[in-house]
Design a binder for this molecule. Structure first.
Ligand code: FMN
Length: 161
C-alpha cells in the first residue's frame, strides 16, 4: 500500500480480533513515529510498546474496547521542547498511517488518556517532567469503520480563503 492509499484508508479502529502483532511490525510502526518531522529536529519523544496482557488490562480503564488490542503504544514527550505537542502529534499520525499500511487498525486515544495521565505515567514508569500525550491501541481489525469526511471542495481554497 502506498502512502496516499494508507492516508485515505486510515480510520479510527476500535474493534480488534485479539490476535498478536509481530514484534517486527511494532518496530516498523514506532520507526514511522520516530521519523516524523519535529521542530528544530528536537525529536522530543519516547514510545513505550505495551504487549503484556496484564498491563493492557490495566490501561483499558481508559476504553474497555482496548481489551483485544494486540499492543498499545504510549507516546511520551518532553514538554520543555517548544513544539512538543505538534511534534508528538506528527509522530502519532505517522504511526496511524504506518499501522494502516501494514493492515492493522489503530486509534488516537488522547481524549480518554489525558484525564488519567498521572495514573498511567506511574503504571508505565514515565519519568516526572515528561508528558504522556496519548495511548495508541493497535490490533488486527475486526471492523473497518466508515466515517464521513468533509469533501475536498469544501475545504480547499486557491490563492485566497
Ligand atoms: C487529538 C485526538 C484525540 C482523540 N481522542 C480519542 C479518544 O480519546 N477516544 C477515541 O475513541 N478516539 C479518539 N480520537 C479519534 C477521533 O475520534 C477520530 O479521529 C475522529 O472521530 C475521526 O475519525 P477517523 O479517525 O476514523 O477519521 C482522537 C483523535 C484525535 C486527533
Amino acid at each position: 500500500m502506498d502512502a496516499l492509499e494508507a492516508i485515505r484508508r486510515r480510520r479510527s479502529v476500535r474493534r480488534y480480533t485479539g490476535d498478536p502483532i509481530p514484534r517486527e511490525d511494532l518496530e516498523k510502526i514506532v520507526d514511522a513515529g520516530r521519523l516524523a518531522a519535529s521542530g528544530n529536529n528536537r525529536q522530543p519523544w519516547d514510545f513505550i510498546v505495551v504487549t503484556d496482557r496484564a498491563m493492557i488490562d490495566r490501561l483499558k480503564v481508559a476504553a474497555g474496547w482496548m481489551d483485544k488490542a494486540g499492543a498499545i503504544i504510549a507516546v511520551v514527550l518532553d514538554p520543555s521542547s517548544r513544539w512538543w505537542l505538534e511534534d508528538g502529534s506528527a509522530a502519532v499520525e505517522n504511526m496511524l498511517i504506518a499501522s494502516t499500511a501494514l493492515g492493522y487498525g489503530s486509534c488516537w486515544l488522547e481524549g480518554y488518556t489525558l484525564p488519567r495521565e498521572e495514573e498511567f505515567k506511574a503504571l508505565l514508569g514515565v519519568p516526572e517532567g515528561k508528558r504522556l500525550l496519548t495511548l495508541v491501541p493497535l490490533g488486527v481489525p475486526a471492523e473497518w469503520p466508515t466515517v464521513e469526511k468533509k469533501p475536498l471542495e469544501a475545504v480547499i481554497h486557491w490563492e485566497k480563503y
